[in-house]
Design a protein. Structure first.
Length: 155
């Protein structure tokens, strides 16, 4: 079911933190529901935005790949400036993990452990984890397509 409203289609490696958070804030503030759909791949912040869609309207194609990890950043300058940047990055990380916990139903501690390194999900894994709500299977793709057939589709 496609929502009456907006749909965010993801197929990319993510992006910079601040613009991605601006997209997230916009998605959450719209009165119209925002559905999300992954074609191909949604890595890092693109995966976070995929999960940010309205519950029940987050989907992916069968061969889509999703990857999430702790946000990364870089800092230069005096020691105090670097510490401030690191503290801000940790604050944003905790915010992202809390939002993922709300959207997926996974405990914060599990998300924190799982995303301490990059965690990759196939569409079925993403469904089970709560990142998406359904896998859209076009009529031309058989239900039994699995990881060994990954080269035949998107992602």
């Amino acid at each position: 079911m496609i929502p009456k409203g907006c749909i965010y289609i993801s197929n990319g490696p993510g992006g910079d933190l601040t613009p991605s958070l601006s997209i997230y804030d916009t998605m959450q503030s719209l009165k119209s529901p925002v559905g999300t759909h992954c074609v191909g791949f949604a890595y890092n912040l693109a995966g976070f935005l995929l999960t940010a869609g309205e519950k029940g309207n987050r989907s992916a194609m069968p061969l889509s790949r999703i990857a999430l990890q702790s946000p990364a950043g870089a800092a230069r300058g005096q020691a105090d400036d670097i510490r401030n940047e690191a503290n801000e990055l940790l604050r944003i990380r905790d915010y992202l993990y809390n939002e993922l916990s709300k959207k997926t139903g996974q405990p914060f501690e599990k998300i924190s452990k799982d995303l301490s390194r990059m965690k990759r999900f196939e569409a079925q894994d993403a469904l089970e984890y709560g990142l998406i709500d359904r896998i859209i299977r076009p009529p031309r793709i058989d239900d039994d397509v699995g990881p060994s057939d990954a080269s035949v589709g998107l992602g």
